[in-house]
Design a protein around this ligand. Structure first.
Ligand code: NDP
Length: 282
C-alpha cells in the first residue's frame, strides 16, 4: 500500500516539496505519495492529528509552523524527546514521523544547508569566520549543524538585536562543547569586519530588501549563501558586486533537507544532484 506524506504550511501553493519528493520516489521506487496541505494559522495541530488518524506516515512542516511543531511533539510524546536530535535543540521542527502513538520531530534544514555548502559547493566550514544573518526559525534550525562543522567564529546579526541575544543564550544552553567563538551584532557594528561565509537566513529578500551590510565584508574566497531560492535576491546581487568569490541561493539546501527527511522516513538516501539540476532548469 502507498505510504502517505505531506507538507503543511501557510501559504503552501508555492512549495516545491511535492515535486522534489515525487522525483525522489521515481528515482528510488519507494511507494509513497506526497501532497501540500494548507493549514489555517490556528489549525496546525488539528491538521497533524487528522493526518495521523488517516494513517499518514509523516509530514514536513514549513512557515509559519516550525516552532509550533516542536510543541506538538513534546506535548504528544515526551518519550520521543529522546529520539530528538537537532530538531529539539533548535526548537524549530520541519520533519515529523508518525510511529505508533508517537510523533517524533527532526530538523533537517541545518543538515541540508551544511550538505549543500560542503558537498555541492565544496566550501570547507571548519576554521572559518561565519556571519549568520537573522534570528528566526531558519536561523535557529541551521545553527547546531553549522557549529558541528567547527567554524572559528560565528557572528549572529539581526535587525532586532534582543532576538539575536536570546538566540545566543539558547545556543550556549544547548551546546556542550563549543569550539566556536559566538557573538551577536547589529548591522552597523559589522563595519570593518570580514567573513569567509555569510549566510542570509532573513526573509528580507521576500520584500526585495537586504540587511544593511557594509561594503568590504567579504573576505577573499568568501561564499555568500542566501537561503531564499527562485530568484536573485538583493543580497546575492550585493555579494557579486562586493567581492564574494561564490554566490548561491538556497535551492540546494531545499533539496538536501528534503533528501534527509526522505531518508528519515524511508531509510533510503536519494541522489540530490539530478533533482537540483532539474529544478535549476525551471
Ligand atoms: P522568520 O519570519 O522566522 O524570520 C525572519 C528573519 O528575517 C528575522 O530575523 C527578521 O528580523 C529578519 N528580517 C526580515 N526582514 C528583514 C529586513 N528587511 N532586513 C533585515 N532583517 C530582516 O523567517 P524564517 O527564519 O522562517 O525564514 C527566513 C528565510 O529562510 C525565508 O526567506 C525562507 O524562505 C528561507 N528558508 C529557506 C529554506 C531552504 O530550504 N532553502 C529553509 C528554511 C527557510 P527581525 O527579528 O528583526 O524581525
Amino acid at each position: 500500500m502507498t505510504d502517505k506524506y505531506a507538507v503543511i504550511g501557510n501559504p503552501i501553493a508555492h512549495s516545491k516539496s511535492p515535486q522534489i519528493h515525487k522525483m525522489f520516489r521515481d528515482q528510488t521506487g519507494e511507494d509513497i505519495s506526497y501532497e501540500a496541505i494548507l493549514a489555517p494559522p490556528d489549525g496546525f495541530a488539528s491538521v497533524v492529528e487528522r493526518l495521523r488518524k488517516e494513517g499518514y506516515k509523516g509530514c514536513n512542516v514549513t512557515v509559519p509552523f516550525k516552532f509550533e511543531a516542536s510543541n506538538i511533539v513534546s506535548d504528544i510524546s515526551k518519550e520521543s524527546l529522546d529520539a530528538f536530535d537537532a530538531g529539539h535543540k533548535a526548537d524549530a521542527v520541519n520533519t515529523l514521523v508518525f510511529r505508533d502513538e508517537k510523533i517524533i520531530g527532526h530538523n533537517t534544514d541545518g543538515i541540508g544547508l551544511v550538505r549543500d555548502i560542503t558537498n555541492n559547493l565544496h566550501f570547507e566550514i571548519a576554521g572559518k569566520r561565519v556571519l549568520l544573518m537573522g534570528a528566526g526559525g531558519a536561523a535557529y534550525g541551521v545553527l547546531h549543524p553549522l557549529l558541528d562543522k567547527q567554524p572559528k567564529e560565528l557572528v549572529i546579526a539581526n535587525r532586532t538585536l534582543e532576538k539575536a541575544v536570546q538566540f545566543k543564550k539558547t545556543v550556549e544552553q544547548t551546546t556542550q562543547f563549543l569550539t566556536t567563538s559566538i557573538s551577536v551584532s547589529d548591522y552597523p557594528a559589522l563595519s570593518g569586519k570580514q567573513f569567509d561565509l555569510i549566510i542570509n537566513a532573513t526573509s528580507s529578500g521576500l520584500s526585495g530588501e537586504m540587511p544593511p551590510l557594509p561594503p568590504g565584508i567579504f573576505a577573499p574566497g568568501a561564499l555568500a549563501y542566501d537561503m531564499m531560492y527562485g530568484r536573485e535576491t538583493p543580497f546575492m546581487a550585493f555579494a557579486r558586486a562586493h567581492g564574494a568569490a561564490a554566490v548561491s541561493d538556497g535551492l540546494g539546501m531545499l533539496v538536501e533537507q528534503a533528501a534527509e527527511s526522505f531518508f528519515i522516513w524511508r531509510g533510503v538516501r536519494p541522489e540530490t544532484r539530478p533533482v537540483i539540476a532539474a529544478l535549476q532548469q525551471q
